[in-house]
Ligand binder design. Sequence first.
Ligand code: ATP
Ligand code: ZN
Length: 212
Amino acid sequence: MSKLKIAIQKSGRLSEKSIKLLEECGIKFPNGGGKLITEATNFPIEILFLRDDDIPQYVEQQVADLGIIGENVLVESKKKINLVEKLGFSSCRLSLAVPKETQYESLEFFRNKRIATSYPNILSEYFQKLQIEVTIEVISGSVEIAPGIGLADGICDIVSSGSTLLSNGLKEVEKVLDSQAVLVANHDLEDSKKQILEKLLFRIQSVRKAKE
Ligand code: ATP
Ligand code: ZN
């Protein structure tokens, strides 16, 4: 019987909760030792530990059948993969922020301004719809420091409590996208894998119901 391959984040904000979800589904697997791939002992599934940003591509290319990622990463990737289930953890939002002393009244503020972000696809579509021209400066990390060092007039980044913004002298002014962890799948799973996915989904839904 073929096994279902699920990719989860190797280390980061989604890792622990992804592992916990699988464990709560009754799936037992050896974990630790920095292994990149591990096999469950009581369920036909293999677990791949990867960088979250790489997961959409691997699921599209069928290197993995399933993945657990943030919706923000799914939308930004533009990959043709299915959102199977919202998982209800790691909730956050992608927001626009500006230096806190800035007089901000509306999105018009951003016209012809420079915005630093790691989410160029989401952000350019957002401003295209509004018909507001902006310059997007793509940086892969520590986006919050961009205004302070004169790289940008504002930023677009993941926010949960807002404390990181505050400690960098920024204030949140607009929400661009709501996000949470989601289960994604390749478009054309073979039937035997679909059946395993159905079993897994049933368990995920039971775990979530039990917590309500
Ligand atoms: P990697 O090294 O795997 O690329 P990363 O640095 O890109 O990791 P993390 O910071 O671990 O990613 O975040 C992973 C995901 O967790 C994000 O894509 C987002 O969906 C979610 N997330 C990020 N920050 C927060 C937060 N402050 N609160 C809740 N969820 C968050
Ligand atoms: Zn990442």
